[in-house]
Design a binder for this molecule. Structure first.
Ligand code: TYD
Length: 223
């Protein structure tokens, strides 16, 4: 028997948008441009990135992305747990409070990065990683995930060598191909949540496609 009692919840809950994609796909730029548009349109909005976005998350980021300069190797499982720990802190400290205030949250990378990089890329079991994500985020799932998709050679070539991180320096082309294919598989599995955008185009065209996708959830961004 189904209950007719409606669950009471916050009157207005914000929207949670994540931007995903391989290295060099332009997530940071597109997240910033989307955020700037939201500000201009008067939409209360929080912009963040992973790993990072909190005091603890930035410390974890230093460990994760600094490892290449000291030749340390971080095991895939430790990797997955560290990224997920940074995420748990961000969700609790930044994302959930902003959603409760009715704000738009834009996060450059989120749980799907762990599935793509540590799962498809480094070979950990994707279903086990899903369970870890459920725990880390207390079950929070993005309202919309935008995949900035492009050939891996193009993405890696876009990044200036000074800006390269551990994943770009220490992992081969096959790793990055598995990450890209993994993302596309995730998008096919949940077409209602994902929008795939061709990120090989110029940044203005990509921005337009991103805005069109987000405007379906936040009409103040349309037009
Ligand atoms: P960053 O310099 O922030 O790259 P980008 O601008 O492409 O996001 O480095 C983040 C790196 O960490 C990137 O190579 C992807 C990787 N990563 C994972 O492997 N797992 C994760 O869960 C997350 C969030 C990132």
């Amino acid at each position: 028997m189904t209950s007719s009692v409606r669950r009471s919840g916050p009157a207005r809950r914000g929207r949670f948008i994540t931007i995903e994609g391989p290295d060099g796909s332009g997530k940071t730029l597109q997240a910033e441009r989307l955020h700037a548009l939201a500000v201009v349109r008067g939409v209360p909005c929080v912009l963040t990135r992973e790993p990072g976005g909190t005091w603890a998350g930035e410390r974890i980021r230093e460990i994760l992305l600094g490892a290449s300069s000291t030749n340390e190797r971080i095991s895939p499982r430790a990797d997955a747990l560290l990224f997920s720990a940074a995420r748990a802190q961000l969700v609790a400290e930044v994302v959930e409070p902003a959603l409760a205030r009715g704000e738009l949250v834009i996060d450059a990378r989120h749980a799907d990065s762990t599935l793509a990089y540590q799962g498809f890329g480094r070979g950990l079991d994707v279903d086990e990683l899903r369970a870890i994500q459920h725990f880390a985020t207390a079950g929070l799932v993005p309202d919309l995930t935008i995949l900035l998709d492009l050939p891996v050679e193009l993405g890696l070539a876009r990044k200036a060598s000074a800006d390269e991180n551990r994943f770009e320096v220490g992992f081969d082309l096959d790793f990055h191909r598995r990450v890209r294919d993994g993302y596309l598989a995730l998008a096919r599995r949940e077409p209602g949540r994902w929008v795939v955008v061709d990120a090989a185009r110029d940044p203005d065209a990509v921005h337009e496609a991103v805005v069109a996708a987000v405007a379906r959830l936040e009409p103040r961004l349309a037009g």
